[in-house]
Ligand binder design. Structure first.
Ligand code: SF4
Length: 262
């Protein structure tokens, strides 16, 4: 599946893989599992793509089953988009899941490498495998690599990401589930923060967000505030201190002057 995206920090999604397995507390209310469960019932190729990837947990929550489907038909899709766009890779999965063969990951990277008109954002909760494979993968400037950090318990993911030779390394602190004090931000080029949304959303405190923002300002790291989240995410909006925070890597002003607020 590939489509325009409503995710605030990207323009399109590209999903050459479907399916995943929960790995940490941030996965509890995974929106992709919820969507996959719905899409698996569609009467066409989309239904086949998501077949068996998601199920209902004992408490009724949609959850990924661990079954992975590779979508080879979608593999070359970015080549057909002549106009450059920012693409979130595998919004419905995790490219570095154990069930995705090394060879397939290499093919995904080859497509990205050969499409320099785009900017690809690869986000994983499995940076240990990304690092393990990093020497076998191409890292042109337009392939960005990120990892998710929902609580302090996952700072090790940042340390692994710091060792991956991508030009832009980014953190997605979403769903933010606790304060993130003294983040290791050396070699990190972008931080996204967001609260959880949808059924069962766990609350995020404003002080947690402000603390991350001030660490980013102190280190000159662009800061993007995605949303407050909640059960009615539209109502909660995405303003922080009375404005939106949409900084991106390459926003030279905030990097030149760390105290600038974009
Ligand atoms: S790693 Fe991402 S896609 Fe996979 S279950 Fe967790 S939140 Fe969902």
């Amino acid at each position: 599946m590939a489509q325009g995206s409503r995710i605030e920090w990207t323009q399109a999604t590209w999903n050459p893989v479907a399916g995943c397995t929960p790995v940490s507390p941030g996965c509890l209310n995974c929106y992709a599992a919820r969507m996959a469960l719905r899409l698996a019932h569609m009467p066409n190729g989309t239904g086949r793509k998501y077949a068996q990837t998601a199920k209902r947990a004992r408490d009724g929550r949609p959850v990924f089953s661990g079954h992975i489907n590779l979508d080879e038909q979608n593999l070359d899709l970015p080549r057909s988009w002549k106009l450059g766009r920012t693409i979130f890779v595998n919004s419905m999965s995790d490219l570095f899941h154990d069930g995705v063969p090394d060879e397939y990951i290499k093919r995904v990277f080859r497509v990205m490498e050969e499409c320099p008109q785009h900017r690809f954002q690869v986000l994983t909760k499995r940076p240990e495998r990304a690092l393990e494979m990093a020497a076998q993968l191409p890292w042109p400037d337009h392939i960005w690599m990120g990892t998710s950090v929902e609580t302090r318990a996952y700072y090790e993911r940042i340390r692994l990401l710091q060792r991956i030779p991508a030009k832009v390394r980014f953190l997605s602190c979403e769903p933010l589930l606790g304060p993130l004090k003294r983040m290791p931000l050396a070699g990190i080029h972008w931080v996204i923060v967001g609260g959880e949304s949808g059924p069962g959303a766990r609350p995020m405190q404003g002080s947690w967000v402000l603390e991350i923002k001030s660490q980013c300002e102190a280190k000159g790291v662009p800061f993007f505030f995605k949303q407050w989240g909640g059960v009615r995410k539209k109502e909660a909006g995405r303003e922080l201190d009375g404005r939106a925070w949409d900084q991106m890597p390459g926003d030279t002003e905030c990097q030149r002057n760390p105290s600038m607020t974009a």
